[in-house]
Design a protein around this ligand. Structure first.
Ligand code: NAP
Length: 291
């Protein structure tokens, strides 16, 4: 049981949640004069509403909407949930590659529509091999490395860049599939510009399970409408809004930000959030502090 006042923007799934005892559920923008630990899912926090705050515990590894510099300046700790969601997110990136390049979703629609029996000659067009393709991983961190391990089992050739190493433009020119795994920061916002999208080969596939803002979304939509490339997208600039132009395209597979969306992984993320709040309550070092 936590001896600090805890507020969360929503109830988190899994058995660990109950260990916190009573938790107030309220939106992040509602004033919380007594709140000491605030559990968010990447919502921005106006610190002036939280004079007693000591911890912002983010439910997720990406905390790009939390102003960490402001939190640090106010002596507020920030924690996230790294590591426990690597496998689930990497699995989704691979699933999107397979779904896009093998026409899984278009094929499903074709079968459900009944058209297979009556219009078999209009079957979705042939896909492209994933096996043997060259995969470019942009951001070879925890999740990017988990994708690389999976790609090896598919006999893909893997090239990668990280902040400290690699030539992004060369990777974009060279790869059949490009998968994004950088965090969203001032450095990576708009990293995949219109000019960089133009470097992708005809028929290449872009997979984004990182953040929508890492890509110039308008330029990506234009490339997809033109049909020059294909994409598997789990993240968007204005979630839950998705660019309307994408909705009718056969060369795109869309998922609603479900990279970490499994029962097991979400429960493991809750465990990490709870461990951070309990550490605060016990005056111990936070297990996954980011500032
Ligand atoms: P991580 O371990 O910190 O890895 C990030 C990688 O990105 C590192 O290799 C880093 O390079 C690289 N990087 C950073 N800035 C770069 C730049 N400007 N150019 C090239 N590479 C750059 O992060 P992670 O745990 O794998 O998570 C990555 C992101 O995935 C999260 O921040 C989150 O936004 C997203 N995510 C999404 C979902 C979802 O549901 N769709 C789920 C989980 C995570 P260095 O190694 O050189 O530092």
């Amino acid at each position: 049981m936590s001896s600090v006042n805890v507020r969360a923007t929503r109830v988190l799934p899994g058995p660990a949640w109950g260990e916190l005892g009573p938790v107030e559920i309220a939106p992040a923008d509602e004033p919380g004069p007594d709140v000491e630990a605030l559990v968010v899912t990447n919502e921005p926090v106006d610190l002036s509403r939280y004079p007693s705050l000591r911890l912002i515990a983010n439910y997720g590894v990406g905390y790009d909407r939390v102003d960490v510099a402001a939190a640090s300046a106010h002596g507020v700790a920030v924690s996230n949930t790294p590591g426990v969601l690597d496998a689930a997110t990497a699995d989704l990136a691979i699933a999107l590659m397979l779904a896009v390049r093998r026409g899984v979703v278009a094929g499903d629609r074709f079968v459900r529509s009944g058209a297979w029996a009556t219009h078999w000659s209009e079957a979705p067009s042939l896909g492209s091999d994933v096996s043997g393709a060259t995969l470019g991983i942009v951001g070879l961190g925890r999740i990017g490395s988990a994708v690389a391990r999976r790609a090896a089992a598919f006999d893909m050739r893997v090239v990668s860049v990280r902040r400290s190493d690699g030539d992004l433009d060369a990777l974009l020119r060279e790869c059949d599939i490009v998968s994004l795994h950088v965090p969203l920061s001032d450095e990576t916002r708009g990293l995949i510009t219109r000019e960089r999208l133009a470097l992708l080969r005809d028929g290449a596939t872009l997979v984004n399970t990182a953040r929508g803002d890492v890509v110039d979304e308008a330029a990506l939509v234009a490339e997809l409408v033109a049909g020059r490339i294909s994409a598997g997208l789990d993240v968007f600039v204005h979630e839950p809004d998705v660019p309307r132009e994408l909705l009718g395209l056969p060369n795109v597979v869309l998922t609603p930000h479900i990279g970490s969306g499994t029962v097991e992984t979400r429960a493991a993320m809750t465990r990490v959030v709870v461990d951070n709040v309990l550490a605060l309550a016990h005056g111990e070092a936070l297990p996954t502090r980011v500032n």
